[in-house]
Write a protein that binds this ligand. Structure first.
Ligand code: KG4
Ligand code: ZN
Length: 357
C-alpha cells in the first residue's frame, strides 16, 4: 500500500466531544494531524458530576463543528479520508449514540468503511501515539470508570490480571474531592492541594492490600475520608487529607503493580518487560513518578502516554481505527452502542477477591 491510511476518529462516550485525523509515516509510526477536544466541564459543574441528558445534548450541539475543525486543522480533504472510527462503548448510551451515529453517517456519505472502537482499547494503545511499543505489555488502566491490570498481547488480545472490586480510582479521586468541597471534576485538583499537605497526617485504610492478588478496592478509603472530613476545620487539614489520600493510593498501586509484574512475568516469558499506564488518573505526576521508580527497581521499561493524551481524546480512537483498518477489521452500519464492553470479555470472575461481577 503506497498511500498511508488517513483515519477520522470520533469520541463522545462521556463528557468530551472529540475528533482527530491520524495517519502514519513510512515506518508505521502514527502521525496525529489534528486532535480537537471540547470539554463539558462548565455544563456539569453545578451538578457535581456528569448529567447524561445534558452531556448528550452538548455532544449533539458540538459534534459537526468539532469534526469540521479536526478536518480543517489536519490540512487534508474529506475525500482523502479512508475510514471513520467512532467509540461504540463502554460509556453513557445517550452520549455514545451521538458520536456513533455521526461516524456511521459520515462513513456512509463518503462511501468508506466504518470501524467501531472500544474506548478502553483507545486508552490501552494510547502510548503508541508517541512511542514505539511492542506486544506483549502490562497495562494499568486507571480512569474515571475503570481500574484494571491487563496483559496486552496484540490488537484485541487482552487478559485481565486484576481489577477494582468496587470504585474506579478516578471515581475515588473525584469522590474525595467532593467530600473536601472541591468543584467537579476534582481529581486533578487533589494533586494540586496535596502539594501543600503533610501526607503522614492521616492514616487511611488500604482495603485488600494483603490479599486478592492484584485486584484493588477503594470504597473503604472513601468511607474513612467521609468520617475525617466531618472533623476538619482548617485549610491546612484539607491539604493534609488530600496529601494523605494521594500517598495511600500510591502505596496501594506500588504494592499491586509489583504483584501484577509477577503475574505478567508468569504469563509471558518475553525478554522485554514493558509497563504502560493509561487513562485520566495516569496524568497524576506523583503516581507517574512512583511507577517510573518501581519500573526501574524491577527492570521494567516504563512507556507512558504524554499527560495531554491520558484523558479522553479522539486521537486514541483514530489510532485503534488505524490498526483495525490495516488488518481490515470493519464493522456494519448497524453496530450497536455498548454501554458495557469489557476488554477481556472472558474475565467475569475475580479469582483473587472471590467476587462475582
Ligand atoms: O480517562 P478519563 O479522562 O475518562 C474516563 O474514561 O473515565 O478519566 C477521567 C478521570 C476522572 O476521574 C479524573 O478526576 C481523573 O481521571 N483525573 C485525575 C487527574 N487528572 C484526571 N486523577 C488524579 N490526578 C490527576 N491529575
Ligand atoms: Zn476514558
Amino acid at each position: 500500500m503506497n498511500k498511508k491510511p488517513l483515519i477520522l476518529g470520533i469520541e463522545s462516550s462521556c463528557d468530551e466531544t472529540a475528533a482527530s485525523l491520524i495517519t502514519e509515516n513510512k515506518q508505521g509510526i502514527p502521525i496525529v494531524l489534528s486532535n480537537i477536544i471540547s470539554s463539558q466541564v462548565e455544563v456539569h459543574k453545578e451538578f457535581g458530576g456528569v448529567v447524561p441528558e445534558l452531556a448528550a445534548r452538548s455532544h449533539i450541539e458540538k459534534i459537526d463543528w468539532i469534526v469540521k475543525k479536526a478536518i480543517d486543522k489536519s490540512g487534508r480533504k474529506i475525500k482523502e479520508i479512508d475510514a471513520v472510527a467512532s467509540t461504540a462503548g463502554p460509556g453513557l448510551i445517550v452520549c455514545l449514540s451521538v458520536g456513533l451515529s455521526f461516524g456511521k453517517a459520515f462513513a456512509k456519505a463518503i462511501d468508506k468503511p466504518f470501524i467501531a472502537v472500544n474506548h478502553l482499547e483507545g486508552h490501552a494503545l494510547s502510548p503508541k501515539l508517541n512511542s514505539k511499543l511492542n506486544y506483549p505489555y502490562l497495562l494499568l488502566l486507571i480512569s474515571g470508570g475503570h481500574t484494571q491490570f491487563l496483559s496486552v498481547n496484540g490488537l484485541g488480545k487482552y487478559k485481565r490480571l486484576g481489577t477494582t472490586i468496587d470504585d474506579a480510582l478516578g471515581e475515588a479521586f473525584d469522590k474525595t474531592a467532593k467530600l473536601l468541597g472541591i468543584e467537579f471534576p476534582g481529581g486533578p485538583q487533589i494533586e494540586i492541594l496535596a502539594e501543600k499537605g503533610n501526607s503522614k497526617k492521616y492514616d487511611l485504610p488500604k482495603p485488600i492490600f494483603n490479599k486478592g492478588g492484584c485486584n484493588l478496592s477503594f470504597a473503604g478509603l472513601k468511607t474513612s475520608i467521609l468520617k475525617i472530613t466531618k472533623t476538619i476545620k482548617t485549610d491546612q487539614e484539607k491539604f493534609d487529607l488530600a496529601a494523605s489520600f494521594q500517598k495511600t493510593v500510591e502505596e496501594i498501586l506500588y504494592k499491586k503493580t509489583q504483584i501484577a509484574f509477577d503475574e505478567f512475568g508468569k504469563l509471558n516469558n518475553s525478554k522485554e518487560k514493558i509497563f504502560v499506564i493509561a487513562g485520566g488518573v495516569a496524568a497524576n505526576k506523583n503516581i507517574r513518578t512512583m511507577l517510573v521508580n518501581l519500573c526501574e527497581e524491577n527492570n521494567y521499561q516504563s512507556i507512558f502516554p504524554p499527560i495531554e493524551l491520558c484523558g479522553d481524546n479522539a486521537a486514541m480512537i483514530a489510532l485503534v481505527g488505524l490498526e483495525k483498518f490495516k488488518s481490515e477489521q470493519f464493522d456494519d452500519l448497524n453496530y450497536p452502542a455498548k454501554p458495557r464492553w469489557p476488554l477481556d470479555e472472558d474475565a467475569i470472575f475475580l479469582k483473587g477477591a472471590g467476587v462475582q461481577l
